[in-house]
Design a protein around this ligand. Sequence first.
Ligand code: MUC
Ligand code: MG
Length: 366
Amino acid sequence: MKIDTVEAIPLAVPYRRPFAFASGVATRADHVLVRITTDDGRVGHGEAPPRPYTYGETAASIVAVVRDVFAPLLVGADPFARERLRADLARTVGNNAAKGAIDVALWDLAGQACGQPVHVLLGHAADDVAAAHMIGLGTPAQMVADAVEMCEHHGVEAFKVKVGRDLAHDMAAVRQLRRELGDSVELYADANRGWDADTAIVAARRLADFHVTMLEEPNPADDVLGRRRIVRESPIPIVGDESTITLGGVARSLLDGDAQAISVKVARTGFTDSAKIVGLCEGLGVTTVVGNQIDGMLGTVASTALACGQRALARHPVEVTNFLLMADDVLAEPPVIADGRAAARQAPGLGVAIDPDKLAHYRTDR
Ligand code: MUC
Ligand code: MG
């Protein structure tokens, strides 16, 4: 089996409502669909969400780097040779989402060729996992309404609450969420670098009072001493997300004392590097959680496969619900969140099919 073509197709899919967080707001899914075709007629897919505020990539830069730099390295190669291809791609620095989507498409192809779903190839820790929902910034009432809808319609009992604004506003939202949802749901928080160190330390103590279990990216990790002070003084673990986007970056962050747990995202480290990060953390006794890069439906299927493939990830609720923000997408069958759980697809590879009419409708390059 050899790679024949590599395409990067820009999409624009509307959201039902915007998703806001301390470092930005997403108003539509302007993701790039990576499609790799082999000489024996198989098609693998991956989804690259551009996140300029995290990786510096835009939809246009993803399309250009895939088409002009990565496709020439991939065409003619064996899609099973992931380690060799990873090294070839790594000669170009950055471009994490583009590389992640290519890696996902390669695993999709490998699974199809083996007749096995990706989560089975990754280690088959589980067939389904508990889902966590990420609550975007809004008024406390809007945030509570979002959570209640997820509880009532999808049975979700774990929530990552966006914070990182004015402390009084953030704490009002967390207080109301705890009051409305009760003590049995898990709440954890993500400030997306919105606070300075002093504010973050105060916030961490108050969050702990509401039994919030973890705090992600409280301040910019480049504020080195400030971040270490937060880690030292916070009563709850500090999670690295946008400051820990590569295998080496995770190692450095943990050794430097900048984070005590790691958010792993298929959208930036594919399956291959995500599994390496999970292994590194597992060996060090560091918790890993599957994060959500405001993934579309394809990214959600991939995140669920990763979580179901790795035991260390299957243990914690997995952030797989934010595709519900999308008014539509290009997958023929959307993911399902039922009774608070997301199931891995059991068909070979990722088990996804692209709806050709929807693709024609949402692609922006024609
Ligand atoms: C997160 O965990 O930070 C929001 C925007 C983005 O790119 O990722 C998020 C979620
Ligand atoms: Mg985060």
